[in-house]
Design a protein around this ligand. Structure first.
Ligand code: NDP
Length: 288
């Protein structure tokens, strides 16, 4: 296989990444001439990895923890979305030129679209202020959310995120809710959409949730970024109250498809294969 057809995901740790299962499923299904592997790249090895990429060793890569921000100085160009989010999860290598993208935002948007959920004119609460939350806030601003409230355990990080998007959001469109007030705020405000962008509920702490169950009501939409397990305590509580629950596996799938579209310069309709793909990923989550 020529190196121009090689793809990879880099991170540390990387052994539990679902991206190889996801991308290899898509590569097989759409008969693409790509290979995709997971590479453990420690922080000290990042410059050498980026040099390999620049010299044509790969067509492109996905970037995950802890490199989504530290990779920025190695790039020649960053697309507008990645620049606004301040993080890159996909890189394309084209004749020695490296361009960075953030497909987490598109993954979030497409996942909601697939569930026929519109953000336009809605009020949302986003829990968390890490890389995932940044992608969500950007996606929701783009999609025309009326107001986005952000709540994070470390207040300074929430303020940083709000400041980073200050030029992009309208006056009062993005506001902070103190972490200690989030439950009472929820009960008083009843936002349309609640997004868990914290890692609470992620395996092995599967009983944790960023909110108590009683704050959900039936006309809400609850979206979790956590995908392991697929049905988190947060989503179970939302569903029990009659709310619509959207799991994090969908965002993972859609960000991966968007990355493959960048590398292959093609568009993929995954509606027919979605259930098979989800099953394959569910199996991969179960295996040790
Ligand atoms: P970060 O490490 O950048 O951020 C973690 C977030 O979780 C922070 O807001 C942190 O708060 C919060 N948090 C962690 N532990 C606790 C706790 N005990 N109590 C309260 N808050 C806590 O991670 P990411 O933003 O990259 O990822 C967050 C989650 O989203 C992960 O589970 C990740 O797997 C998932 N994700 C899923 C994607 C998908 O495609 N489905 C895409 C991106 C992320 P604080 O700042 O106070 O530490």
């Amino acid at each position: 296989m020529p190196s121009g057809h090689k793809l990879a995901v880099i991170g540390d740790p990387i052994s539990h990444s679902l991206s190889p299962v996801l991308q290899n499923f898509l590569i097989r299904r759409f008969a693409l001439a790509f290979t995709y592997e997971a590479l453990q790249v420690r922080a000290a090895e990042l410059p050498a990895m980026m040099q390999r990429l620049r010299e044509g060793g790969f067509r492109g890569i996905n970037v995950t923890i802890p490199h989504k921000q530290t990779v920025l100085p190695f790039l020649d160009e960053v697309d507008a979305t990645a620049a606004s989010v301040g993080a890159v999860n996909t890189i394309m290598a084209d004749n020695g030129k490296l361009t960075g993208y953030n497909t987490d935002t598109l993954g979030f948007q497409r996942n909601l679209e697939a569930a026929t959920i519109s953000v336009e004119g809605k009020t949302a609460l986003v829990l968390g202020a890490g890389g995932g939350a940044r992608a969500v806030v950007f996606a929701m601003l783009e999609a025309g959310a009326r107001k986005i409230f952000l709540s994070n355990r470390k207040a300074a990080r929430a303020q940083e995120l709000i400041a980073a998007f200050a030029a992009y959001a309208g006056a009062g469109q993005l506001q902070n809710v103190p972490w200690s007030n989030r439950s009472s705020w929820m009960a008083a405000t009843a936002p349309d959409i609640i997004v868990n962008a914290t890692s609470l509920g992620m395996h092995p702490q599967i009983h944790e949730s960023p909110l108590p169950g009683e704050v959900f009501v039936s006309n809400m939409v609850a979206v979790d970024l956590v995908y392991n397990p697929m049905q988190t305590a947060f989503l179970r509580a939302a569903r029990a109250a009659g709310a619509i629950a959207v799991n994090g596996l969908g965002m993972l799938i859609h960000q991966g498809v968007a990355a493959l579209e960048i590398w292959s310069k093609r568009k993929f309709d995954i509606r027919e294969i979605y259930t098979n793909l989800e099953n394959e990923l569910r199996q991969a989550l179960k295996s040790p």
